[in-house]
Design a protein around this ligand. Sequence first.
Ligand code: NDP
Length: 277
Amino acid sequence: SSVGLQEQTSPSPTGLLPEFSLKDKVIVVSGGGRGVGLTQAEGLLEAGAIVHVLDLLPEPTPDSDFARVQNRAKSLGTSITYHRVDVRDQAALNDIVGAIADKEGHIDGLIAAAGIQQETPALEYTAEDADKMLGVNVTGVFMTAQAVARQMIKRKHKGSMVLIGSMSGTVANRGLICPAYNASKAAVLQLGRNLAAEWGEHGIRVNTLSPGYIVTAMTAGLFEAFPERKTAWPDANMLKRLSYPEEYRGAAVFLLSDASSFMTGADLRIDGGHCAW
Ligand code: NDP
């Protein structure tokens, strides 16, 4: 089983408090092929973790960001492995996550970052579009967490999970037309709390992380379509700026490490102080 706070003696590779170390912890990152998930995966590697990514993108090419992170992992003496899978495919998830646990001997953590966004006015939404959004962002997150929890419980190995929500799960976005996205992110918050309640007795912690606006491929498309957002969005928070994927790395390390050992069923909101006028 994973090392408890008291027994932990080895210093963190970063030289910080030892409870922030992820040395030898095996962590699955869905949506880790690019964007926030990949940046968070990089943070986990820096803290000593062994990372397995689940993503829908085609196998990464040698000139991709993923390959750059893979090289960094090598130089840190650890590894990041890519597995192509659709998080809506429960059977495939169980197979892949089971194979990861067999290979590594245990799984210590999960970041569920795979998600999609689609802007369509509510009156034009088709049932198929709404189902797809909820299918990836809610059912996909649920099934990924389930596949990982199965391995943790079967191997009597405690762990920590971080489900990526959004500030859009608790506020309406004026001028951002994504009712199904916001509904999906609200569902992630409640999914997290309930999984935490159900799996707490197995020593599995589940928390959600709710970011504000981040500059990634997901938002780049939205800026192109609606250039006024480049000023309106920064204006909507206390720091008056957008955020970058790197600003969510430390929180991922905190939530997956023993530094947050008594934290579960909680939401960590990192949104620059998003507020109303
Ligand atoms: P990206 O689109 O850059 O990355 C998301 C990744 O998830 C992509 O690689 C995507 O692959 C993958 N993915 C999508 N669908 C599936 C699927 N069915 N199975 C497996 N993988 C899938 O998004 P971000 O990095 O911006 O977002 C990451 C998370 O953060 C999401 O959950 C998002 O909702 C959340 N978030 C983002 C914010 C932002 O401002 N960017 C704000 C708040 C929350 P592919 O490209 O092939 O679809």
